[in-house]
Design a protein around this ligand. Structure first.
Ligand code: NDP
Length: 303
């Protein structure tokens, strides 16, 4: 179903992540130009270890988008046989390189590597993924010079750009991963725009999930399972943000599968006030926020 077809139907207003991501990129273009006038070219280096095809596509897209914005995008490709020590040595070199403002090591890493040690090796000032414990701490404390993980930051950007009044609202986040659920909750409890929420975090051990989602003004689903949140679990008028990206078999689709979210879109949009589609909702925001973090890293380094 195209976005236009969905728009025509009854129910919730669609939150268009493609359009918002484009607007974020446009803003960044002017910021990059302004930095260039001061002799600063924001540089993002992505490190890809091994041959994971999905990661390769994602990494290409990051490099291409950063170059389009006038930034310096580079990818370092290493074979799956690379040792932990070799990767750490590369990170040390990138940490020391003044032309590199953002470093991202693409996950998943090969099994013989310890991802936690790698994340901690990156200079927090260049950790534009926002996974270093220093940045996780800064997010919780509310220090603005840290970096928030890109997907939850993208969700917050959608809420802000769609004028969702979040102050005093009940937000229910489903999922407690370090990549999405926990940082999402940490963003929403802060004092400030797109935040000031009363937050509940649900997970697989939560009793009676629907009793939580039904009282939420804002539902954020980051579960990783198809269509768990159905319309009967949504309070009328609620804002529904679907982070999930799941492949489900579909013989009628050209690739034999289609993408669905963690929310059952058709039933949820009948009751929600606003809703993100999958694809075209949260997904496009992640790279845009990564570049936004990189531009800020360059600005902060240039001070
Ligand atoms: P994880 O698998 O790390 O976490 C899923 C969370 O959902 C866990 O906390 C789990 O609970 C909880 N959960 C699982 N089943 C249920 C259930 N039935 N009821 C309530 N809670 C449940 O996934 P991620 O956080 O990494 O990603 C979540 C989704 O978001 C995925 O679909 C992923 O593809 C997508 N995603 C999209 C991105 C983008 O748009 N660019 C980026 C990152 C992720 P427990 O902790 O108890 O196991």
């Amino acid at each position: 179903m195209s976005l236009a077809e969905v728009e025509e139907g009854a129910g919730a207003r669609l939150i268009d992540g493609v359009a918002v991501a484009r607007a974020v990129r446009e803003d960044l273009k002017s910021e990059v130009a302004e930095l260039a006038a001061r002799g600063i070219v924001p540089g993002l280096t992505v490190v890809l270890v091994g041959e994971d095809p999905a990661s390769a596509v994602y990494v290409r897209s990051k490099e291409k988008t950063s170059v389009e914005l006038g930034m310096k995008g580079a990818t370092v490709r290493l074979p799956a046989s690379t040792s932990q020590a070799e990767l750490e040595a590369l990170i040390d070199r990138l940490n020391a390189d003044p032309a590199v403002h953002g470093i991202l090591v693409q996950s998943p890493l090969p099994k013989h590597m310890d991802e936690n040690t790698i994340v901690r090796r990156i200079d927090p000032a260049k950790d534009v993924d926002g996974f270093h414990p220093v940045n996780v701490g800064k997010l919780l404390i509310g220090e603005k010079d840290g970096f928030a993980p890109c997907t939850p930051a993208g969700v917050q950007e959608l809420l802000v750009r769609y004028g969702v009044d979040t102050t005093g609202k009940e937000a229910v986040v489903i999922g407690r991963s370090n990549i999405v659920g926990k940082p999402m909750a940490a963003l929403l409890i802060q004092a400030g725009v797109g935040a000031n929420c009363t937050v509940t975090i649900c997970h697989s051990r939560t009793k009676d999930l629907a009793s939580h989602t039904r009282r939420a003004d804002i539902v954020i689903a980051a579960i990783g399972k198809p269509e768990v949140i159905t319309g009967d679990m949504i309070r009328p008028g609620a804002v529904v943000i679907d982070v999930g990206i799941n492949r489900v078999p579909d013989a009628s689709a050209p690739k034999g599968y289609r993408l669905v979210g963690d929310v059952h879109f058709e039933s949820a949009r009948q009751v929600a006030g606003m809703i993100t589609p999958v694809p075209g909702g949260v997904g496009p925001m992640t790279i845009a926020m990564l570049l936004k973090n990189t531009v800020r890293a360059a600005r902060q380094a240039g001070k």
